[in-house]
Write a protein that binds this ligand. Structure first.
Ligand code: F3S
Length: 415
């Protein structure tokens, strides 16, 4: 790989041993991916946290391993706009999720270090909802696959899928290897999806994403025939695309900045494959994540990816003056900044008064010790991972179906 004089000097240790190591990580990763150079990055979204699986059995060794990366990293200052992906939980929530003491201490230390290093403590999987909105063409280094798809497809920014080390390294040295969707030729659509099903809710968009992700592999899908999505629709589509498969970006005709027309999205080439997403594909996508042996439920999870203020308002107003079923757990997950707004607007209180909980900074699947038997959720991504990681029965439904289930303690198919 060709390095500039500045990049070579950093790799040779001009800015210290840790930044030299960061540069080596980026160069080795780039070489493995066929990159020919490192290019400047101006926006990162990094996972600055101790690993999520610790809640399933925290031990000192895994904490120490995480700290071996994070302590020296946070001795340095980020060199561009850098937000943070989820952590375990905001301090006041530690009791609610029964976090082991050694993990609480490690996480508090990490949060303090991240603040000192200049990371913006967004602690969210949807940074675009709380101020990290890169411009079209801006080169980014983001973790969190759903956010990566959103950045590329809805905002027209450019980011490959990053892991913990590469995003932190990019935030500190200001470069990323140029490959995949950072290059024009890899952003063109190769899979055409003609949408004939009626998409009525954000969860329906999740069904479209789940269906497409499974057949796309590493292809770039283009959707034509959809209505104009809301921000919440796009959020569910992008999250499910990255869950069902390895999609990094998609095009929605007349929505994606690079897809004013189908022809533009395809770059003038015919698609490798053309499929239709109609009513039967919509039904099939739901039925894959509605395998259950009864209708009594114990948990409802909303806010995957993290809920927008609009979604919180919808939930709060639906629950206003009502009470959840006995023993029913309703967790709504969002970013700290969004929750602060929801508190100011009175929505948080409506959710609490009904018996629900508005979490911030964290994720119920990756981060919490969740003792659930049967979960109803509005996110295809949440449903997919909860089934596999928590081993609970899972039912995916639109927000209204989830809330009706939360109020009655039973889920019933409405259609
Ligand atoms: Fe966010 Fe967790 Fe869903 S990280 S996208 S709430 S699985």
């Amino acid at each position: 790989m060709e390095l500039t004089a500045e990049q070579q000097q950093i790799m040779d240790g001009a800015k210290g041993a840790f930044l030299a190591k960061c540069m080596r990580w980026l160069v080795e990763w780039g070489a493995a991916m066929g990159a020919r150079r490192l290019i400047p990055v101006t926006n990162t979204h990094a996972l600055v946290t101790v690993p999520g699986n610790l809640v399933w059995g925290a031990n000192q060794k895994t904490i120490d391993n995480a700290m071996t990366l994070l302590r020296p990293a946070c001795q340095h200052r980020v060199c561009c706009h850098s937000t943070t992906h989820i952590t375990f939980a905001h301090e006041e929530q530690y009791d609610e999720i029964e976090m082991p003491q050694e993990q609480v201490e490690a996480q508090l230390e990490v949060m303090e270090m991240a603040r000192e290093a200049g990371f913006l403590m967004t602690y969210t999987c949807a940074p675009y909802l709380v101020g990290n909105v890169p411009l079209k063409g801006e080169v980014c280094a983001w973790t969190e696959s759903s956010a990566v798809v959103y950045a590329n497809s809805i905002l027209g920014a450019r980011t490959t899928r990053h892991g913990t080390e590469s995003a932190i390294a990019a935030a500190l040295v200001g470069f990323v290897p140029e490959f995949s969707v950072l290059l024009d030729e890899n952003r063109r659509a190769t899979l055409q999806v003609d949408v004939t099903a009626q998409l009525r809710t954000p969860t329906d968009w999740g069904a479209l994403g789940y269906f497409t992700g499974k057949i796309a592999g590493l292809d770039v899908p283009v959707f034509q025939g959809t209505p104009q999505p809301s921000q919440e629709d796009a959020k569910q589509l992008c999250a499910a695309l990255a869950t069902g498969g390895g999609v990094t970006m998609c095009h929605i005709v007349s929505v994606t900045p690079e897809a004013a027309t189908l022809e533009q999205a395809l770059g003038g080439n015919p698609p490798k494959l053309k499929v239709t997403f109609g009513d039967s594909e919509l039904r099939d996508s739901y039925s894959q994540l509605r395998i259950h042996t009864g209708d009594a439920i114990d948990t409802v999870i909303l806010g995957c990816p993290h809920a927008s203020l609009n979604e919180i308002a919808e939930i709060a107003l639906y629950l206003k003056g009502k009470r959840l079923a006995d023993e029913l757990k309703l967790w709504v997950c969002t970013a700290y900044a969004t929750r602060a707004n929801a508190e100011r607007l009175g929505y948080a209180k409506m959710i609490y008064d009904a018996g629900g909980y508005l979490f911030c900074d964290t994720c119920p699947t990756n981060s919490m010790r969740l003792d659930a038997k049967r979960i109803v959720t509005a996110g295809f991504k949440q449903a997919h991972y909860a089934r596999n990681m928590i081993k609970a029965e899972v039912i995916v439904d639109a927000v209204k179906g989830c809330l009706d289930a939360a109020l009655t303690g039973r889920w019933s198919y409405v259609g």
